[in-house]
Design a protein around this ligand. Structure first.
Ligand code: ATP
Ligand code: MG
Length: 286
């Protein structure tokens, strides 16, 4: 039938560029052209729809789009019947409660009887209900951080990444409720053909994400240090060891996780490793 998987991405905003970049890294070529509602890939059976992020959960539930890329925060807020397929590792942020900076914070009970402004009423009311705290929630569409200053609310619940917006508005962050990042969601009743396209897409996404978390390293080491150096290296199987022209030495190639990387390099240098090269990995297929 030659079906295409319809992917919803944010039309313009913080997620747009990264979402398209991820698809590109997955080898999906999309024709350029701004302001379009949709576009089709030439080399992979997908069609990309450009939508407001708030609308993506609903469209995916209804099947207008088959899958979507958006912040987990919108998925939680909208409570639509969709499944979260994969965390995508970008657009990380936290959702926090903030109060005017001169108020003394006494713990969650501070909020009892208070009015809290937010664009995420559903996440917030679930949170307070779970904690047995009674608050009045004032739903506003945007610029939530100005609400206390204009006398609309006593506190706010909003997305925070650096905290500078809060500071500028005389607020302080007092509770982090949840952490969010971009995710891939899917309609829960995809047909076989679309499911198999989604599987291929997820396979590619995983390879791209894994690659960005790892580095390829090569180094030279005295043969006597090989057992200790290889013990430091996880690699995909075991490290590759190649002979060098200079006697008593070998080259070692391996893959190291970005977060363990500096620690491993320090220890290898102490064991006599030299000429260490670190190379980014484009794709990592397991
Ligand atoms: P739209 O017009 O599509 O509704 P929007 O204004 O709701 O866009 P953006 O501000 O572009 O949305 O943010 C999109 C998503 O980016 C958020 O839902 C959140 O998941 C994530 N995000 C990451 N950091 C931040 C931040 N500092 N402020 C707001 N959103 C952030
Ligand atoms: Mg939005």
């Amino acid at each position: 039938m030659n079906e295409k998987l319809k992917i919803a991405v944010q039309k313009s905003g913080r997620l747009s560029e990264k979402s398209l970049e991820l698809l590109k890294e997955c080898g999906i070529k999309l024709p350029g052209g701004n302001g379009k509602l949709k576009t089709e890939a030439k080399n992979f059976p997908v069609e990309v729809l450009f939508l407001r992020d708030d609308d993506i959960p609903q469209y995916v539930e209804q099947g207008v789009a088959d899958v979507g890329i958006l912040g987990e925060n919108e998925v939680w807020e909208k409570k639509k019947n969709v499944s979260t397929v994969e965390k995508l590792g970008f657009a990380g942020c936290r959702m926090s409660l903030a109060i005017p900076k001169d108020e003394e914070y006494t713990g969650l009970s501070f909020f009892n009887g208070k009015k809290v402004a937010t664009s995420y009423p559903s996440i917030l009311s679930d949170f307070f209900a779970k904690n047995g705290i009674r608050v009045e929630i004032e739903e506003i569409g945007g610029s939530v951080e100005i609400a206390p200053g204009i006398g609309l609310a006593d506190a706010i619940f909003d997305i925070v990444s650096t905290g500078s917006t809060l500071l500028m508005n005389g607020l302080k962050e007092v509770e982090v409720i949840v952490e969010s990042e971009a995710v891939l969601i899917a309609n829960s009743k995809l047909g076989e053909e679309k499911k198999s396209i989604l599987d291929r897409l997820v396979f590619r996404i995983k390879s791209v994400l894994r690659a960005s978390e790892n580095k390829y390293i090569t180094l030279n080491a005295p043969l006597s240090a090989v057992p200790e150096i290889t013990a430091l290296l996880p690699g995909m199987k075991s490290p590759t060891i190649v002979p060098l022209a200079e006697e008593g030495w070998c080259g070692i190639h391996s893959v190291v996780r970005e977060d363990e990387f500096w620690d491993i390099i320090d220890r290898m240098k102490k064991l006599g490793a030299e000429g260490i090269l670190v190379i980014p990995i484009e794709k990592m297929i397991l």
